[in-house]
Design a protein around this ligand. Structure first.
Ligand SMILES: Cc1cc2nc3c(=O)[nH]c(=O)nc-3n(C[C@H](O)[C@H](O)[C@H](O)COP(=O)(O)OP(=O)(O)OC[C@H]3O[C@@H](n4cnc5c(N)ncnc54)[C@H](O)[C@@H]3O)c2cc1C
Length: 381
């Protein structure tokens, strides 16, 4: 995968930063977080002609920009530095479209990916259920074939999904359901009869993202809603992209961690205690800044190496490497954000300072897209 040339990547990153400077000031972010509000209009604008972030994730033959894993990591890190809830809202479309990319027929891929590119459709990835989180194999949602004259004309899907990012705001959903041959992905459009979303969850962090349960009550979808042509391929298709998607969440940990740490560094240069700035006190820098900077940068080196190997396309799915990258960078991101609160002292502990919000936001990165314990299990295998 070639990806973007350096100039285009830098222009894309600059456009994201410009948009954020205008629309996501610290004051606005803290207000939205406090109000627990999903900024629907801003997310739509980011996925429209105005910014077109979704294009990065989409191949050129489907009207996208064809970003490489390296490009996507850079953009995910930049987005995470702005706000992890916003980053999650954008990434959810990418995650939601993965089953189509991995298992869809060429027609399905072109149909849906070009619609996401051109119409800015928002997607949600509906895998998790109340009793099937880390262990997706125990999912209970079922899809039953509907036959007419001996031919399957569609499926009736019944079940519930839990913790779905973009759950109540997406235009399009990928839903994992059990069939007679095992878990299988289906595509659903919003508004279909029997399909609804719960009220948004009241979360610890990433409060600018919409997370909701989904209800499927005997929802009928046509035969073409089956992703691909074969039942029972759902978990295999999900596994195929973990190397890639976990790298993206690793970049979220990196971005969140660095954003908090940079704020602590700036603060340490201005805050005078005992006759000098905190930045000149070794007991402060060598405890609260340096160890975190080096862990984050070690994480970055591993992310970059894995992204480059994914882009070379000759190393398989790189699930172990994706798990290592996610584990290192998200655990480091959490610790860095925690240290940043300590570095700001009492100020860091208030809602008025961004480090407090970042610490709550970055917490999700060791949970979603596979918990740290599941990363360890993957690595052990
Ligand atoms: C804000 C948010 C957004 C999300 N977005 C999405 C989304 O868009 N789509 C989607 O499908 N899902 C989404 N999720 C779900 C997320 O991926 C799951 O919460 C996660 O995979 C963990 O599953 P669980 O919550 O059921 O926890 P469990 O699997 O019950 O785990 C509970 C604890 O047990 C540990 N554990 C579980 N199994 C093992 C094991 N075998 N060995 C050792 N330890 C183990 C876990 O690490 C964890 O610490 C989201 C979740 C949140 C909170």
């Amino acid at each position: 995968m070639h990806g973007l040339d350096t100039e285009t990547l830098e222009m894309t990153l600059a456009a994201i930063s410009d948009f954020a400077e205008r629309e996501f000031t610290d004051e606005r972010l803290i207000e939205l977080d406090e109000a627990d509000e999903y900024p629907a209009d801003l997310i739509r604008r980011m996925c429209s002609e105005e910014l077109g972030i979704q294009l990065l994730f989409i191949a050129e033959e489907h009207d996208g920009m064809g970003g490489s894993a390296y490009d996507v990591y850079r953009v995910c890190e930049r987005m995470a530095r702005i706000d992890l809830g916003v980053a999650t809202s954008v990434l959810a479309t990418f995650l939601g479209s993965d089953p189509i990319l991995m298992g869809g027929t060429p027609e399905q891929q072109h149909h849906w990916m070009s619609r996401i590119a051109n119409e800015g459709l928002l997607m949600a990835y509906g895998a998790t259920e109340a009793e099937a989180g880390s262990d997706l194999g125990s999912l209970k949602t079922v899809a039953v074939p509907v036959a007419e004259d001996g031919e399957v004309v569609g499926y009736r899907i019944t079940g519930q999904k839990q913790w779905i990012s973009n759950g109540a705001v997406a235009d399009l959903y990928s839903i994992l359901a059990n069939t007679e041959k095992g878990p299988t992905w289906f595509i659903l459009e919003k508004g279909v009869e029997g399909f609804s979303a719960a009220a948004p969850e009241h979360k610890h962090g990433i409060r600018l993202s919409n997370t909701a349960a989904l209800y499927l009550d005997d929802v009928f979808v046509g035969a073409d809603a089956l992703v691909g042509t074969e039942l029972g391929q759902g978990l295999v298709q999900a596994q195929q992209v973990f190397g890639y998607t976990r790298l993206m969440v690793a970049a979220f940990g990196l971005g969140g961690g660095w954003e908090a740490l940079d704020r602590a560094i700036a603060y340490s240069k201005e805050r005078i205690q005992a006759g000098g700035p905190l930045s000149e006190k070794q007991g402060y820098t060598h405890k609260l800044i340096v160890p975190h900077a080096l862990r984050l940068e070690a994480g970055r080196a591993y992310i970059e190496e894995t992204a480059e190997r994914i882009d070379e396309g000759t190393h398989g799915h790189l699930n172990t490497e994706g798990a290592i990258a996610k584990y290192i960078a998200t655990e480091a991101g959490n610790d860095a954000a925690d240290a940043a609160i300590q570095a700001l002292g009492g100020y860091g502990y208030t809602h008025d300072y961004m480090v407090e919000k970042i610490k709550r936001d970055v917490r999700i990165t060791t949970i979603y897209e596979g918990t740290s314990e599941i990363m360890e299990m993957t690595i052990a295998r």
